[in-house]
Unconditional design. Structure first.
Length: 462
């Protein structure tokens, strides 16, 4: 198994703490010193420190640094999931989306690099000129453009997942793919397991389809608790489990290989579908984790993704690979969407085949890493912060305030200034994260956005 750079530093510091070379209360070397000592990028060091903090080995003190935490007796209890309930989404979601603020705390502040999109648009325009109206009176194959599906198969092969073009169906984005997956595997009243905190779009779909949701506690580092899922599966008839093993939202967790294997074994034993949301894989800042689908030996994983997080929110092209449900999914696609726009699909395929997409991801990776680090540095100085993560992908940071804080109220106050956060209420039906919120690092830190960060800090001092 590949050892990543952050793991080297994490293991080294954990070993020093375990052996007593770093004692309770000792201050760790500064981020700058660790960067120089281990020849690591700042973001890699911050990710290692974030993982140590999540393990309870260190604590972060604003304006001071990281310190060795007081050792506690180990707790073996697995967090218990609550009983299934009807899915419900906070009305704040509509407010957030109407302002275009899902990932931007100050929509319209500008500064974005559009080079990749300009190259993509040229590819699409070339395809349209070549077609010269030859296909405008015909619907595309319900499965989607074969050249695009071939490119998708090649990309997943690079991640160790052997799929053919016939294994993919092109959809109208990842949300549409998740919708088709739920329709193919569940009926009204069925129980679906989700990460908690988890994707509000999944909760929307469950609410619309009148499905019950059971929230499985999830770590900001390793994702869904498989032990909690096991407890839930033993008690309630789960029909499907929606999971994001590669940079889950909102915290950017990556599920370890051992937990992935246990998840697949649980699904096989209790006969439920695993719906993999892989949409953040190409937002990786250092390494791209393998898809869960790679370990699927029984066609039980339905893989869903799109280009909306890695390329453009406006590009409503996604895909689904349905395993044993593939034919049912193709029929549902035909009923609900009929076909996908052929010129855009073929333009995307050309963009990928010519190396345009890979070049875009390389440029974006550098920009996102810088923007993530700027945001992390700012949050580290904020008052009344209980913790936050520094993920290696996923586009957002998950911030935890003190338990008495209400981020839904904070949302309303900041909105008056044209500043937007994603309050914790959006990420659960059970309102368990009222003291948390999500902030994105997708957009450049213009002067207006940096000022907004300072204004958030001022509100937290009250």
């Amino acid at each position: 198994m590949k050892i990543h750079q952050y793991q080297v530093l994490e293991d080294a510091l954990a070993e020093q703490i375990a052996e007593g070379r770093l004692s309770t209360g000792d201050r760790l070397p500064s981020v700058r010193v660790l960067c120089d000592r281990y020849t690591l990028a700042k973001g890699t060091v911050l990710h290692a420190l974030s993982r140590l903090e999540a393990r309870g080995l260190v604590i972060a003190r604003p304006r001071s640094g990281y310190y060795v935490a007081e050792r506690e007796s180990p707790v073996s209890a697995t967090p218990r999931p609550n009983a299934p309930v009807n899915a419900r989404v906070s009305p704040l979601l509509m407010d957030l989306m109407q302002h275009g603020a899902a990932f931007d705390l100050m929509p319209g502040a500008g500064g974005e690099n559009t080079q990749g999109l300009e190259i993509l648009n040229r590819s699409i325009n070339r395809v349209m000129r070549r077609q010269r109206g030859k296909s405008h009176l015909y619907y595309d194959d319900p499965a989607g453009s074969v050249v695009l599906r071939q490119q998708l198969a090649l990309r997943y092969l690079r991640r160790g997942c052997q799929l053919d073009s016939e294994d993919f169906i092109v959809t109208a984005g990842c949300q549409n793919a998740l919708f088709l997956a739920l329709m193919a595997t569940c009926k009204t009243g069925d129980v679906v397991a989700v990460e908690s905190p988890g994707f509000y779009g999944a909760l929307q779909l469950l609410e619309q389809l009148q499905l019950k949701v059971i929230e499985i506690p999830s770590s900001s580092l390793t994702g869904m608790s498989i032990n909690s899922l096991r407890q839930a599966a033993q008690k309630w008839p789960i029909k499907a489990c929606i999971v994001s093993p590669c940079f889950s939202t909102p915290a950017g967790a990556v599920m370890p290989d051992a937990e992935r294997q246990q998840l697949l074994q649980l699904a096989e034993h209790h006969d439920f579908a695993v719906i993999e949301d892989d949409i953040y894989a190409d937002t990786a800042l250092s390494y791209t984790p393998d898809p869960l689908k790679k370990q699927d030996r029984t066609d039980r994983v339905i893989l869903c993704s799109s280009f909306s997080k890695s390329l453009s929110r406006d590009l409503r092209i996604g895909w689904i690979s349905g395993g044993r449900w593939q034919q049912a999914l193709l029929q549902l696609k035909l009923v609900t969407q009929l076909a996908s726009p052929l010129s855009i699909q073929n333009g995307l395929a050309e963009f990928m085949a010519d190396g345009g997409y890979d070049s875009h991801l390389k440029r974006q990776q550098k920009e996102l890493r810088q923007q993530r680090d700027i945001l992390a540095d700012a949050i580290r100085l904020w008052p009344n912060i209980d913790g936050f993560n520094v993920p290696e992908g996923g586009l957002t940071l998950w911030v935890e305030l003190q338990e008495n804080q209400n981020t839904s109220s904070l949302f309303s106050q900041l909105k008056k200034l044209g500043i937007f956060i994603a309050p914790g209420a959006l990420f659960s039906t059970e309102n368990k994260f009222r003291h948390c919120f999500r902030l994105g690092y997708v957009h450049p830190w213009t002067a207006e956005r940096l000022k907004a960060l300072n204004q958030i800090s001022a509100f937290l001092e009250v």
